[in-house]
Design a protein around this ligand. Structure first.
Ligand code: AGP
Length: 383
């Protein structure tokens, strides 16, 4: 995969690379899906994963190592791989893993996630995982980057060159790759039937169109940004697989707007954070669900109870919900960013879109140089 030159140029339709890259996500997802799925490869999930099937069948554990936004993608991947391939998965900060003398991993797979493939912490984690005997696979956006070269296998994310410091399209591309990896592992390890594998791959193929529909909330996120831009602290809440998206929404806001923000699991509110939330602290709740999935429905119902309670105290809650639920959620939420419904494991890809847009608009309204926020660089090559 060559990162195409056209990604280096700012289209006059957009004011910043970050916005251009947010809107490039349907195309980036399409690129990834096309690479992973060829018509002849309908049952294998991923073309060219470069790890032998015997080893994948004997795997006992997966560890996902990454930094920043890539680690949040890895946290979503933990749910995907555990549910699709029934394998225990741990996710660690690359910067922590390389110093904690981890246990030997003779039947382990270490997945190293990095947009740039040059992050020093993630490279050190790769060397540590190898030293402990794990097989390694890099999920990387830049062809032939050090991480891609040194891992046993590589899965490129095909998002094209990303220029803005804040990762957006590379994040959704990582989620796409992790889902494909989960399906591949599930198929190889026979935790998924051929029929289930096909269904998951069909859902993957529908993803670009759904991302396009999720981008429809652009104007509303701008309106929300206008009313929220002076807040000094935000709380993002997500349950289950949406929790890493709450973390990522908070990180996007912190790095682009310099506003304090935290991401929390929705179910933890009553264990402490509820005390600090008042009308001065806007809350963003992730409330998507797949109505065909009992677990997803149950989680949604529980989160709706919390929404009602928090909103009744006068807290300003904005929500991301599926289009079918927008009306019900709007009874309590100030604004609802509506996204299409999807299988539960793919909803995070849609949930992050309004949060990226919200962070972008708030940053621009506050006068931040959004493509190059202070004190940060695109590639962190020193520890
Ligand atoms: C993302 O918006 C951040 N700029 C940062 O957290 C980044 O994800 C992290 O430094 C890891 O980078 P990588 O994916 O290139 O390894």
């Amino acid at each position: 995969m060559k990162n195409k030159t056209k990604n280096d140029k700012l289209d006059p339709k957009f004011k910043h690379f970050m916005l251009q890259e947010i809107y490039a996500q349907p195309q980036a997802a399409m690129e990834a899906v096309t690479h992973y799925l060829s018509p002849e490869n309908q049952e294998k999930a991923i073309a060219g994963i470069a790890l032998d099937e015997k080893h994948l069948r004997e795997l006992e554990r997966v560890v996902i190592l990454a930094s920043g936004t890539s680690r949040h993608a890895g946290m979503v991947g933990e749910f995907m791989i555990e549910r699709l391939a029934r394998l225990p998965v741990d996710v660690d900060f690359a910067s922590q893993y390389c110093y904690r003398d981890p246990l030997a991993e003779p039947n382990g797979l270490a997945v190293l996630l990095s947009q740039s493939g040059t992050t020093a912490d993630t490279l050190l984690a790769l060397y540590e995982a190898k030293a402990k005997g794990a097989r390694t696979i890099a999920i990387c956006n830049v062809e032939d980057a050090p991480l891609a070269r040194e891992a046993d296998g590589v899965l490129y994310t095909h998002a094209g060159k990303e220029i803005a410091v804040a990762a957006t399209k590379s994040f959704t591309a990582q989620l796409t790759a992790l889902f494909a990896l989960g399906v591949h592992l599930g198929h190889t390890r026979r935790t998924l039937t051929t029929h289930e594998t096909r269904e998951h791959l069909d859902s993957l193929m529908q993803l670009p169109e759904k991302i396009e529909a999720a981008l429809g909330c652009g104007e509303l996120t701008h309106k929300c940004a206008v009313s929220m831009k002076d807040a000094t602290s935000f709380l993002f809440l997500g349950r289950d697989i949406s929790y890493p998206i709450a973390l990522e929404g908070a990180l996007k806001l912190k790095e682009t707007s310099y506003i304090h923000a935290e991401g929390m699991p929705t179910g933890e509110m009553k264990h402490g954070p509820n005390a600090m939330v008042d009308e001065r602290m806007p809350v963003v709740m992730l409330l998507t669900r797949n109505a065909m999935d009992a677990g997803s429905n149950l989680r949604w119902e529980k989160s709706m109870v919390l929404l009602e309670q928090v909103a009744a105290r006068g807290v300003h809650v904005n929500a991301v919900a599926c289009m079918e639920d927008a009306e019900a959620v709007a009874k309590h939420a100030a604004m609802v960013f509506a996204v299409p419904s999807a299988p539960a494991l793919l909803l995070p890809v849609l949930e992050i879109i309004p949060l990226q847009l919200l962070a972008y608009h708030i940053a621009v309204l506050r006068g931040v140089n959004v493509d190059k926020p202070r004190n940060l660089s695109k590639s962190v090559t020193v520890e």
